[in-house]
Design a protein around this ligand. Structure first.
Ligand code: ADP
Ligand code: ADP
Length: 229
């Protein structure tokens, strides 16, 4: 999929009789060739938007079109297959499985999936890509935060997704580790042609994207070109 279009995309949550609209009637198109940052204060709807783009969450109203087509009209299985083919996710809190080794963590997206390549070879290839070839048997707890996030990136791309969606990927890291994560995202976009959308509340990081979408109260308040070279 090379573009994801949001049409009147809306997500509301009900709680204690109060309705919160996390994302309000967004009309936006994300393109794979862009390297996009979504910025805005806490609670502005960034994570909710990212989850809907990646089909982790469903809109309350409005819809998403992937290369002009809706997905998910034939049940959950289809959505899961679509997600497996097209999307990789990275989160602020790494979300690695603590009892599995680095290599095993990276392999988890392939469980129960038929793939055309050798799993172990591919896992080692992505771990080499993120600079962790020497940590295959380590447990997450034995790694620094930056190393754990690099494992998470390897896991996010092992299945060769078209898109990498990252929610505050550098939020828990010092600036040096964060810089390394940012350059991996850049590389995945530039060299591997992966569409990248990342959420951040750090304006300095967002400025370095190709496109900067600013959100507030569930709406887009600006959409502009960044400084990406
Ligand atoms: P951001 O990523 O910009 O911090 P979020 O998308 O996480 O914003 O949240 C947007 C709004 O939706 C917030 O008001 C938040 O409290 C609310 N929200 C998000 N997820 C849920 C949920 N699962 N249940 C209820 N409210 C939610
Ligand atoms: P059907 O008409 O076959 O029931 P739906 O569009 O209601 O199809 O979706 C079927 C299932 O797929 C739902 O249970 C829902 O969880 C999932 N699904 C559909 N679209 C999405 C989406 N954009 N993101 C996440 N899950 C979705």
């Amino acid at each position: 999929v090379s573009q994801i279009e949001c049409v009147d995309l809306t997500k509301s949550y009900q709680g204690d009789g109060v309705e919160t609209t996390a994302v309000h009637k967004l009309n936006l198109c994300f393109k794979k060739e862009e390297f996009t940052a979504v910025i805005g204060p806490s609670g502005s709807g960034k994570s909710t938007l990212l989850s809907m783009l990646g089909t982790l969450d469903r809109p309350t109203s409005g819809h998403l079109l992937y290369d002009g087509k809706a997905i998910g009209t034939k049940g959950n299985r289809l959505v899961a297959d679509f997600r497996f083919e097209q999307v990789g996710f990275v989160f602020q809190q790494f979300h690695l499985l603590p009892t599995l080794s680095v290599l095993e963590n990276v392999l988890t997206p392939l469980f129960g999936r038929k793939v055309s390549y050798d799993r172990q070879t591919r896992a080692k290839e992505v771990l080499n890509y993120v600079g962790l070839s020497d940590k295959l048997t380590a447990l997450p707890s034995q790694l620094s935060g930056g190393q754990q996030q690099r494992v998470a990136i390897a896991r996010a791309v092992i299945h060769k997704p078209s898109w990498l969606l990252a929610d505050e990927p550098t939020g828990n890291l010092d600036s040096e580790a964060g810089e390394r994560i940012f350059s991996l995202l850049r590389h995945l976009h530039k060299e591997d042609g992966c569409g990248v959308v990342f959420v951040t509340h750090e304006s300095q990081l967002a400025e370095r994207a190709g496109r900067i979408i600013s959100m507030q109260d569930g709406c887009v308040i600006s959409d502009r070109v960044g400084k990406l070279k």
